[in-house]
Design a binder for this molecule. Structure first.
Ligand SMILES: [Zn+2]
Length: 218
């Protein structure tokens, strides 16, 4: 249903990073793109309100416009660089430029034509599901396209489904700015993508509760 991206992937490795195959990277980028398209094509009020609270109701049209903007950007993108770096405790990272920090992002024509996403050690960890890794790529893409930021909740970084759901319920304006809320918003459409049979665990707070604790040998 979704056309695959015709994108040239440049892979780099920064020691002590672990390399990623071009095929695996392409599969994830296509999955990220499919989520964005599904969010536009199957736009759901319930999903919007789950991840953006009251803003999910008041900004429903803007949410769809942002999905469309990201879709157009990705379809026009000729090259993306992926740097495999060795930072522990992080799945992915992106160095957001000042012009990208405006809420809603820079105009389409001014977006980065040669973006670089860093894939860290968490990307190789079995602790995270395939879907969480795809959503980390989506998270970085929202920084580069729609001006999301990394918000805080109770002094912690607002990362992960548990905190993002709380942020949406309690501080919807912050949730609406927060990159991970957008990542989980898009991730919630995985059943409408060609990748629906992949491992999409831990995409909600209820699912995260089932994750083995860090020191578990399971
Ligand atoms: Zn971020």
């Amino acid at each position: 249903m979704n056309p695959s991206l015709t994108i040239n992937i440049r892979l780099h490795k920064i020691n002590p990073g672990t390399p990623v195959s071009e095929a695996a990277a392409r599969e994830m980028l296509n999955a990220a793109h499919s989520l964005i398209q599904a969010a536009h094509g199957h736009s759901s009020d319930g999903i919007k309100q789950n991840w953006f609270g009251a803003c999910g109701k008041s900004k429903t049209g803007e949410i769809d416009e942002r999905a469309k903007k990201i879709d157009i950007y990705l379809q026009g993108l000729k090259t993306i660089s992926l740097s495999c770096a060795g930072v522990e405790g992080s799945i992915a990272a992106y160095n957001q430029k000042d012009r990208e920090k405006v809420e809603g992002g820079a105009p389409l024509g001014q977006l980065d034509k040669l973006p670089l996403i860093i894939l860290n050690q968490g990307f190789h960890s079995d602790r995270y599901s395939w879907g969480e890794k795809v959503c980390s790529i989506v998270h970085e893409i929202t920084h580069m396209t729609i001006g999301t930021s990394d918000e805080k909740y109770g002094g912690d970084d607002a990362y992960g489904a548990v905190i993002c759901e709380k942020l949406a319920a309690e501080k919807p304006d912050d949730a609406y700015k927060n990159a991970d809320n957008w990542a989980y918003y898009f991730g919630s459409y995985h059943e409408h993508t060609p990748d629906k049979s992949k491992d999409w665990r831990y995409m909600t707070a209820a699912e995260v509760a089932k994750r083995p604790p860090l020191n578990s040998t399971v």
